[in-house]
Design a protein around this ligand. Sequence first.
Ligand SMILES: [Zn+2]
Length: 382
Amino acid sequence: MESVSNNGASRLAKDDRAKQLLKKLEEGIEHLTTTEGYEDWLRSQALFHNYSWGNSLIIAAEQLQRGVPPEHVAGFHKWHEFDRRVRAGGKAIWILGPVTRKVVETDEETGEKVISHPLVGWKSVPVFTLSDTDGKPLPESPCHLLVGESNQAAQAAVVALIEREGYSFAISPATALGGANGVTTKETREVKVRDDISPLMTCKTSLHELAHIKLGHLDQLGTSEPICRGEAELQAESVAFCAMAALGLDSGDYSFGYLVHWQGGGDEAVKALKANAAKIAGVSNLVISELEAAGQEAHLQALQGAWEAASDQERALANRNLQPRLEAHKKAGIELDGYQLAELRAQSLLTLQVRSQERQEDDRAVRQMSQVAHVSAPAQAH
Ligand SMILES: [Zn+2]
């Protein structure tokens, strides 16, 4: 395993790796912006209003209660801009909208008229959810839920890292997560990932939630200077993309579109990536190293399990066979750490077990051949 020797050279290679992966992320976003349908989708995104945090909660709660997925909402007339109409009987969701007043003042120095619209109150405003409208389909999002397998060892390592941060991990009903793929709650120290996505998407989402924790986003919640949501999502998804790539898993189909969505365009996403590159690379390197260490630990446990499962006789023989190699290492001045020793010992045991199995198979084959010889011998006599 590459990370057995933590010398300077391999450290350097790891730092380079995060930078290379970030480059891949940038290229993916740039490519996405040239695909068919991208411009339509981006235009439609710009038309949808970004609701305040409080209004977003009202909308999400109402959609959850009605059993509709988290989807776009817009005012009655706004839907016309998307060539859609609110269906007869469509039920409004009431959110709070600002009430402003037009004030015209004269600048004393220049004598020019200055118009402003100060906030004077709030009123209830009706909006309608996509399911209550008919018309032209909305442009398809370039952010696709990943399909496919992950690998169990990778998922186990990600969960181990989440637990090491003091958070529990659970796969939860999608309906309980309000449409999010994953949710991390600071107060209860829980990470939940929805139960209706592929193993590959589960692994990516788990890494995204781990990244939010590692990046300190949860600690910033409720402080006077919380990170803006778009920047937080950019950082978390970029770290998840890099870590997935290091695990040999590709999350581009989801990550590229996700970053573009949160940044409001490909150019903006690439610019924000460059501005956040140092932080993303730093945390990505950390997560990748920890994933490798967790993988190594799991491997070591498996080796130890095999060693303990062997008989006393096998262990003694494996140790004896190993002696010449250990002495050769000693002579060459190579010091082995506990991990390398365990690996050599397990290898020696495995060689022994394979040889013994081969011997048994040979014996069986010889016995079968001699039986055939006995049977055919009388026939030959004729
Ligand atoms: Zn997130």
